[in-house]
Design a protein around this ligand. Structure first.
Ligand SMILES: NC(=O)c1ccc[n+]([C@@H]2O[C@H](COP(=O)([O-])OP(=O)(O)OC[C@H]3O[C@@H](n4cnc5c(N)ncnc54)[C@H](O)[C@@H]3O)[C@@H](O)[C@H]2O)c1
Length: 316
């Protein structure tokens, strides 16, 4: 199989590429390395993949790139709360242009995975119009179009619609996966598990715990990659929006204690308010994913957090 991974030097992209290579497939990565890293993890698989450095907001990125891909994964985007707060205009620009140029280039018959997000429905949960666990068909709303935080969700909602309409018009086969709190090694420092791990490793005391009474359902990267590949080989998934994650909820205060135990630290805990705009509870309803693919998350949280923390201890 030939796979094209756009944003392949990033967190999900590199884990996906590693799995595709291990399964014996030919992979081409395109990344501008704005966030993706040319590090020992990438170096390890470089002999087995083609790496192109290109900015996918420029249609010239596709010049000379042949067609005939069995799978195309669009993961390239500006992500992370800090980026979104600092420069929402960049989030809108990059996430929409990257998607539109791909849709102008993709050929009939090719199969596309578009990476969307649980943020797409976050405001509907906060407004009480969507239940938790949350299914794909809840009504969507944006509480404040002008809020910087909304830029990311709006860019992904636009992307979902753009992909579905282009697929119907042009005859390619799309799957839209909305990721929910995927974690694992090499995911940057912004997300909750690496952020807690790094502070635990550094011996912070008192130890700040933001939003200790909130709940999330954490999905190990190996499970997320498994779900993506199952969806890409399920004919019935074509044209569907599908939630990807784990549906076991974890309290953030308990997560902090788990991270500290694994790090071998026992500091005084200091509860702090949750980051502004973050939802109190997030958990995907995975019925559609299970029905389409037979997927079950398998990575236990404790083992996943242990492997993630060890990676950050050694490599960050
Ligand atoms: N990690 C999660 O839990 C999560 C949750 C929801 C959605 N997602 C979505 O999944 C996708 C992958 O997320 P991730 O966590 O791996 O993020 P990431 O930032 O690690 O990976 C994105 C990659 O895209 C590259 N990129 C950005 N702009 C580019 C451009 N103009 N041209 C070429 N490459 C560019 C970056 O350098 C990076 O390597 C994103 O689309 C994100 O919105 C992830």
């Amino acid at each position: 199989m030939r796979a094209l991974v756009l944003g392949g030097a990033g967190f999900i992209g590199l884990h996906l590429t590693r799995r595709l290579v291990a399964d014996g497939h030919q992979v081409t990565i395109v990344d501008d390395f704005s966030r993706g890293r040319d590090d020992p993890d990438l170096a390890q698989i470089r002999p087995h993949v083609t790496v192109r450095q290109a900015d996918l907001t420029d249609p010239a990125a596709y010049e000379g790139l042949a067609h005939g891909w069995d799978q195309i994964h669009l993961l390239a985007a500006v992500v992370g709360v800090r980026n979104v707060q600092r420069d929402p205009a960049r989030v809108m620009r990059v996430n929409t242009l990257v998607t539109q140029h791909l849709l102008d280039w993709i050929a009939p018959g090719e199969r596309l995975f578009f990476a969307s997000t649980s943020e797409a429905y976050a405001d509907a949960v906060t407004a009480g119009v969507a239940d938790v666990p949350t299914a794909e068909d809840v009504p969507l709303l944006v509480a404040d179009v002008a809020a910087p935080r909304s830029a990311y969700a709006i860019s992904k909602l636009w992307g979902e619609a753009a992909v579905l309409h282009a697929a119907a018009a042009r005859g390619f086969s799309p799957v839209i996966g909305r990721f929910h709190n995927v974690y694992g090694p090499r995911m940057g420092a912004d997300h909750v598990i690496p952020e807690l791990s790094l502070r635990a490793i550094r011996g912070e005391n008192p130890f700040r715990v933001y939003g200790a009474d909130q709940f999330r359902a954490f999905c190990h990267i190996d499970d997320a990659v498994d779900a993506m590949l199952r969806l890409m080989s399920a004919d019935a998934a074509s044209g569907q929006i599908v939630h990807i994650g784990n549906d076991t909820e974890t309290n953030i205060g308990d997560l902090a204690k788990l991270v500290l135990r694994i790090a071998g630290a026992d500091p005084e805990l200091r509860p702090e308010p949750a980051p502004p705009g973050s939802v109190a509870r997030r958990c995907p309803d995975l019925s559609r994913l299970r029905a389409l693919t037979g997927y079950e998350p398998t990575a236990p949280l404790e083992e996943g957090v242990r492997r993630t923390l060890e990676w950050y201890r050694e490599r960050w």
